[in-house]
Design a binder for this molecule. Sequence first.
Ligand SMILES: [Zn+2]
Length: 286
Amino acid sequence: MELIEQLTRFGIDPQSYLLLKAGLKPVIRTEVGQSIIPFSEKISRYSKIFILVKRFDEYYDLELTEPLFYAYTSLSEELSYDTYEADMNQDRKKLGKLLGYPDCCVDYYLKEMVKVSIERIIGPLLNTKTKPSFYCNSIFNFDSKVDGWDKIFLKGYEICRLFLIRHMPCSFDCKESIKIGKKTLELLERELPELAKEIVSALKRPVLYFDYFNWIVFDGEVQNNELQYKQVLPYKSLFPKDKLNIIKQGNRLEVLDDKILISKDDKLISNIDKEDKYKGVLIDFL
Ligand SMILES: [Zn+2]
């Protein structure tokens, strides 16, 4: 079995693995179950990769049905331990660095973290000074194991692997994030060209974004607050089917602060009310 496949058992995605191998990401941290532990030693024995597995639920005082472990995967035993220590000490700045995230994005995340809920898309969108870059398109990244994530995951949508950066960017034109995204794409094009194509095709698109679990991806073109579209693409979220079907019947959207107008060949066919200005925004990832 190829190493890259073995590592998926540890929840490691090809993108992170390729960055690790290229020396561009010091450590990968993933959540794993107990059954996986014996494999970590096996992998360390025949590859240059070191995996440190540590139990975590006790530390956080979580009441879970099964114990929770973190796997710290690295080319250096020392770095794996450093990352584990940073976790233990809740030194998030150091943790971010060891995981290979840009300083600007770590700082942004730490600033946002104090808020009740982190809006992973609107915040970075409002921080974007130029155009949203597809390298930073992180709408398919689902890290939190909350209900919605499970629902999307269980439906078998393999969208969670469609990303070029693993972290939450401080903006969608963050220079450091774009650098990482470009490098990741380069590595993928060399090693896994099919996946590279699939990722670009998913990320370089206009998106109508409502919230973490609700968004629509289009094949179309944006001009200001209008979208002319050929079709809705099958990267499914939890967006309600009835509303989605209305959108599918049209070919043009106009996004206003309080509603979205849907037209077909310049004839208004329907509209969708917005809960607030930011629930239903057009983001054109170029
Ligand atoms: Zn940044």
